[in-house]
Design a protein around this ligand. Structure first.
Ligand code: ZN
Length: 153
């Protein structure tokens, strides 16, 4: 990611999540598992959730490979999902997607917490897909859990 000039503090946080991802691995008792790929960059993420009958996310894991942006984004995302409802998860995904598309309100949204470290990525259109890959998987996981049809990529 040498072409990316992000705020150095933010860059450090991204590298930390890339080197030591949170919630990385597999869930034995996942209720939903979604694999998403970004062929442009070679990113490949599988997201697994365990969702209870009340639509609360009890546990979350992800695995895969790819660039630092895709892996760090997925790692940070998982830290925000435990004990959250599927509605909350969709809301976070929508806010982060808005942030990646340059929405200034989203940039001030504290509920995005460490995800705001990725704000600088919005200036690099080819990398936005990297940052959104985990969130695309999350939205697909919610749709699948609710029995809604998958969106065409
Ligand atoms: Zn990537």
């Amino acid at each position: 990611m040498s072409e990316l000039k992000l705020n150095s503090l933010y860059q450090q946080l991204i590298l930390e999540h890339y080197r030591s991802p949170k919630n990385r691995g597999k869930l034995d008792d996942a209720t939903v598992s979604i694999r998403m790929r970004n062929p442009t960059c070679g990113d490949d993420i599988t997201l697994q959730l365990r969702v209870d009958d009340d639509e609360v996310i009890q546990d979350v894991r992800f695995y895969g490979e790819g660039c630092s942006i895709s892996q760090a984004s997925a790692s940070i995302m998982t830290t925000l999902l435990k004990e959250r409802s599927l509605d909350d998860a969709i809301q976070i995904a929508a806010r982060f997607t808005a942030l990646m598309h340059g929405d200034e309100d989203a940039a001030k949204d504290r509920s995005l917490r460490d995800l705001r470290a990725l704000q600088g990525v919005s200036k690099f259109p080819v990398r936005i897909k990297c940052a959104l890959l985990g969130f695309d998987a999350l939205q697909e996981a919610v749709r699948k859990t609710r029995g809604e049809p998958a969106l065409e990529a």
